[in-house]
Structure formats: C-alpha cells, structure tokens
Design a protein around this ligand. Structure first.
Ligand SMILES: Cc1cc2nc3c(=O)[nH]c(=O)nc-3n(C[C@H](O)[C@H](O)[C@H](O)COP(=O)(O)O)c2cc1C
Length: 167
C-alpha cells in the first residue's frame, strides 16, 4: 500500500488516485439555459435523502456546467448504461463529432436516450467545497430501465458489472 501521510501535505494527484479506487457508476449531468443544452460527465453523484427526496452532484469550479447550473437551477442525472460508454468521454471534454445526438426532451430538460436511469432535480442548496461545489437537488421526476447494464469507472478505467456473489 502506498502511504503519503508521512510526507505532510496531501498531494492532489495522490488524493485523486486514492479516491479513484472507489468504483462508481458514471452519469452525464444535463441542463438547459438560454444559451442551449449542455452535458457533462460526472461520477461524483450521490443519493442523499429519501424524505424529502434529494440527490447531490459535485462539480469542479472550472467546469462550464457550474455557471449553467447556477442559471438554470435544474439538472438531470443520466445514469449511463454500458452501451452509452462512448458518451462518457464525449461529455468529458473529448467531443466525438461522429456520435449521433442522443438528446431527447423530458420535463423541459435535455436527457440521454438509452440511459439506465434518469433523475430530474431542482437545485435547493449549493455548498462551496474548496475547488468544487456541491449541488443538492430536490428530486422531481424519476425513471429507470430495469434491464440496462450499468457502466462503471474505477482507477481511470471504464468497465462493466457482473453480479458475482463475494465470500
Ligand atoms: C468518468 C469521469 C468522471 C468525471 N467526474 C467528474 C465529477 O464528478 N466532477 C467534475 O467536476 N468533473 C468530472 N469529470 C470531468 C468533467 O467531465 C470534464 O472536466 C468536463 O470536460 C467538464 O465539462 P464542461 O466544462 O463542458 O462543463 C469526470 C470525467 C470523467 C471521464
């Protein structure tokens, strides 16, 4: 195990590598402003509360999405299915012009066709957190595809889930 505590200050790269060991799903956050529709790949999605129904996402201050979300006050969490894998990089600053447009409109927001699940939320609180901002959202609409295989992310790599009982 590589231990960085002895070196004193926490190195951002080491923190990123360490947190990257936490396997996550992958979402594309979408929103709509007068400037148009925007999507951004986000793994920092979390369910927060069942009553009231709340979720949160965590965005880099430097992302274009941050200003757009502050304007629109609404977002859709599109949980990616495995077959939407190419869109994970497409919405992470590596646009691929050959990909077909997957945006549909639902509840006044652009959403991804073929997502494993969809959660539409109104921003109710913004928590400034260092170089990121947490956007807590009150869930307004839900939908999911029972059959969709999820896309996973771990240590900088995409993968798939297989239900394999442990222990
Ligand atoms: C798998 C994956 C997960 C990501 N998760 C996040 C995240 O949780 N928060 C974040 O701010 N950026 C995240 N990013 C980086 C953004 O997607 C990337 O910086 C994007 O280009 C920002 O979009 P925008 O500036 O057009 O809004 C992630 C990228 C990838 C590939």
């Amino acid at each position: 195990m590589s231990d960085v505590t002895a070196q004193g200050a926490i190195d951002p790269r080491a923190l990123r590598d360490c947190c990257g060991r936490f396997a996550t799903g992958v979402t594309v956050i979408t929103t709509r402003t007068s400037e148009g529709d925007h999507g951004m790949t986000v793994s920092a999605f979390m369910s927060v509360s069942l009553d009231p129904p709340m979720v949160s996402i965590c965005l880099d201050r430097r992302s274009k999405m941050l200003g757009k979300l502050r304007k629109s006050g609404r977002y859709a969490v599109n949980i990616l299915s495995q077959r939407l894998h190419p869109y994970a990089l497409h919405f992470a600053g590596r646009p691929d012009a050959t990909l077909p447009d997957v945006f549909l409109e639902r509840h006044g927001l652009p959403v991804l066709r073929g997502a494993a699940a969809l959660i539409v939320a109104d921003v109710v609180q913004q928590v400034e957190a260092g170089d990121h901002v947490l956007f807590l959202g009150h869930v307004r609409h839900l939908d999911h595809d029972q059959e969709a295989a999820p896309l996973l992310f771990h240590a900088g790599q995409f993968g798939s889930f297989s239900a394999d009982p442990v222990g």
